[in-house]
Design a protein around this ligand. Structure first.
Ligand SMILES: [Ca+2]
Ligand SMILES: [Ca+2]
Ligand SMILES: [Ca+2]
Ligand SMILES: [Ca+2]
Length: 518
C-alpha cells in the first residue's frame, strides 16, 4: 500500500500554523549588523554601559527608553529590508503602513531583549518576569497613534489568563537534535513510533528503525521531499517528520500564547479540538528546542583542556599533581574518559608497570583525588572532546533554570529528584550555582548518580527565545514576532525570527495599564 502523505498542516483542522517558509534563521549577525548598521551595536553598547541595574529596575526607566528609541529608529529604517529576508506572510491585520509601524514596534521589543541580555545575561530576576521593562512599553507617538511593544512568555499557570512578561531560556528545554531516544520518549505526546521516525529523520544513515521512516518512505509520498538526515533547523521542522502534526507540537494551545483561551477549553465546539478539562496541554513546544549550544570554554572564556588528547596536559589550573598523574596513567593504558565528571571519586587499578613514575606497578589502585572541593574546577577546566572553536557543545540542559518536568525526563533523573533540585536551587547563591558541582556538594546526588546526569547538564545559558507583540493605540494594528537571541558569540545575535501575526492578538490589551504608562 502506498503510504499517505504525512499530516503536515491539516490534521484535525489545524490550518493555523505558519508553513516552514515563514521561518527564517538569520545566521551570523544581528539584523543591525546584517544590514550594515554597525552603529546600532555602538548605541546599544553605550546604552548598556549607561544602563545600570537600578535604572532598569525602575529608578530611571527613561534611560532604557531612550536607548530603545534609538534602536527603534534604526530598526524602523531596516524593517522594510528585513521583511524581504523574512518573506513573512502579511496578514490582513498587518497590512499597510500601520502594519509596518507595528512590525517596527515589535522589532524594538526584540532590541529591548537584546539590550537586557547584554547587560544582565545571568540574572534571571531581570529577564524572566519583569513587566516594568517588557509590558506595554511605548516606543513612539506619531500623533495619530501611540506604538507599544509587549514581550511575553508562557506563564507557570495557563489557567489564570495572565502571560509572563519576560524571556524564555532555551537551555531549560530538551534539545531534540541530540537527546537520546529514552529522553525523547519522556517528552509530552511522544510515542515509540514518533521517536523512531525522528531518530531516522535526524540520523545520517538510511537504516530504518523498527517503527521509523527513512528517505524511501518520503520518496513515495504524493509530494516527495528530501529529509534532513541531520539536525533540524527549527522545532516546526518536526512537521516534516512522519507522524508529527501541529497537535503534537502545540498541544491545545492553538494560538501559541501559553494561555488557556475559551476555544481551547470547549471540546469540539470550536477550533481547536481539546479535552475540555480546564487544563492546557502545551504540547511538545514548551519542553523541546533545537537551538541550544554553548562554547566549549571555561567560565573565563579560555579553551578547556581535553583530557582525552594524545598529549595529556602538563598542568591543570585548580587541580593537584596526583589528579594530573591519575589522568596520565589512565590514558597511557589506552583508556578514554567519557566525561570530566568521571574523575569524581574515581579509582583505577593499573594493568601495567610504569617505570617512569615511582611505585606505579601493575595491580596498584590509584585515586583521582577529585572530591567535592575539586569538582567545580574539573568541570570548568576539562573536556573530553576535541577543543574546536567551531564545535560547541550542543543540547545541555541548564540545571539552574529548567523546570522540574524538563529535568525529570533526563536519564538518571525522576520527578521526585527533579523537584528536589528545583526546591534546593531557590536557596542557593549565584556563586554556588555557577558550577554543576552543587548537585554533589549540596548532597542531592551521590558520586555515581552525579556522573550519570552531569554529561547532560550545564549551569550556563546562551539562547533565549521571546515572543513580542508590537501594537498601535487606538488603531489596534499589531504584529507578533517570535525571536531567538544567541549569546554564544560573546555579544547577542538574533538567530531566529518569525512573524506569527496570523495566529492573532495573543491576549487582550490592558488599557488601564497602558494609560498609566503614558
Ligand atoms: Ca536511521
Ligand atoms: Ca536517517
Ligand atoms: Ca492559547
Ligand atoms: Ca476547542
Amino acid at each position: 500500500m502506498r503510504p499517505s502523505a504525512p499530516s503536515v498542516f491539516s490534521v484535525d483542522g489545524w490550518h493555523g500554523h505558519a508553513p516552514l517558509r515563514d521561518h527564517v534563521t538569520v545566521t551570523g549577525k544581528t539584523p543591525f549588523e546584517a544590514h550594515g548598521h554597525a552603529t546600532a551595536r555602538d548605541h546599544a553598547t553605550r546604552a548598556s554601559k549607561r544602563c545600570t541595574r537600578t535604572a532598569v529596575a525602575g529608578r530611571s526607566r527613561g534611560v532604557v527608553l531612550v536607548a530603545v528609541l534609538v534602536v527603534a529608529a534604526l530598526v524602523a529604517i531596516i524593517a522594510a529590508g528585513l521583511m524581504f529576508r523574512v518573506r513573512a506572510e502579511v496578514s490582513a491585520a498587518a497590512s499597510g503602513s500601520r502594519g509596518e509601524q507595528a512590525y517596527a514596534a515589535a522589532l524594538a521589543g526584540v532590541g529591548r531583549a537584546v539590550t537586557v541580555l547584554r547587560v544582565f545575561p545571568n540574572d534571571s530576576t531581570v529577564w524572566f518576569d519583569n513587566p516594568d521593562i517588557f509590558q506595554n512599553q511605548m516606543v513612539a507617538d506619531d500623533g495619530a497613534n501611540r506604538w507599544y511593544f509587549t514581550i511575553y512568555g508562557d506563564p507557570a499557570d495557563p489557567q489564570l489568563g495572565i502571560p509572563r512578561y519576560g524571556l524564555t531560556d532555551e537551555a531549560g528545554k530538551i534539545n531534540i537534535n541530540v537527546a537520546p531516544p529514552e529522553t525523547l520518549m519522556n517528552l509530552p505526546n511522544m510515542t515509540t513510533e514518533l521517536v523512531d521516525c525522528l531518530m531516522d529523520y535526524r540520523d545520517s544513515d538510511s537504516d530504518t528503525r523498527p517503527e521509523g521512516a527513512e528517505q524511501d518512505y518520503y520518496d513515495h509520498l504524493d509530494s516527495p521531499y528530501v529529509i534532513r538526515n541531520g539536525p533540524l533547523g527549527t522545532l516546526e521542522e518536526l512537521l516534516m517528520v512522519k507522524g508529527f502534526n501541529a497537535r503534537i507540537i502545540y498541544g491545545e494551545d492553538a494560538n501559541v500564547n501559553g494561555l488557556l483561551d475559551p476555544n481551547e477549553d470547549d471540546g469540539d465546539d470550536s477550533f481547536p479540538p481539546d479535552a475540555r478539562d480546564g487544563h492546557l496541554d502545551r504540547g511538545l513546544r514548551g519542553a523541546a528546542t533545537v537551538l541550544t549550544s554553548e562554547p566549549n570554554r571555561n567560565t573565563s572564556g579560555k579553551a578547556r583542556i581535553n583530557i582525552n588528547a594524545d598529549t595529556p596536559p602538563s598542568r591543570i589550573p585548580g587541580l593537584s599533581d596526583p589528579t594530573l598523574r591519575f589522568i596520565l596513567l589512565y590514558r597511557s593504558e589506552g583508556n578514554t574518559f567519557k566525561h570530566p565528571s568521571e574523575l569524581l571519586e574515581m579509582k583505577y587499578k593499573l594493568k601495567q608497570d610504569h617505570n617512569e613514575i615511582p611505585g606505579a606497578k601493575a595491580g596498584l589502585e590509584i585515586d583521582s583525588g577529585v572530591k567535592g572541593e575539586q569538582l567545580a574546577a574539573v568541570l570548568d577546566e576539562l573536556t573530553t572532546q576535541a577543543v574546536d572553536k567551531a564545535k560547541p557543545i550542543v543540547g545541555l540542559v541548564n540545571v539552574n533554570t529548567a523546570p522540574a518536568d524538563v529535568l525529570a525526563v533526563l536519564p538518571g533523573m525522576d520527578p521526585n529528584l527533579a523537584q528536589q533540585i528545583v526546591d534546593a536551587r531557590r536557596d542557593l547563591d549565584t556563586e554556588t550555582k555557577a558550577s554543576l558541582a552543587w548537585l554533589y556538594t549540596q548532597n542531592l546526588l551521590d558520586a555515581a548518580a552525579f556522573k550519570l546526569v552531569a554529561p547532560q547538564l550545564t549551569t550556563r545559558s546562551f539562547q533565549y527565545s521571546l515572543r513580542c507583540v508590537g501594537f498601535g493605540v487606538p488603531c489596534g494594528r499589531y504584529r507578533v514576532l517570535e525571536a531567538v537571541v544567541d549569546m554564544g558569540g560573546g555579544s547577542p545575535r538574533v538567530i531566529y525570527l518569525r512573524d506569527m501575526s496570523r495566529l492573532g492578538m495573543p491576549f487582550a490589551l490592558d488599557a488601564e495599564t497602558m494609560d498609566r504608562g503614558r
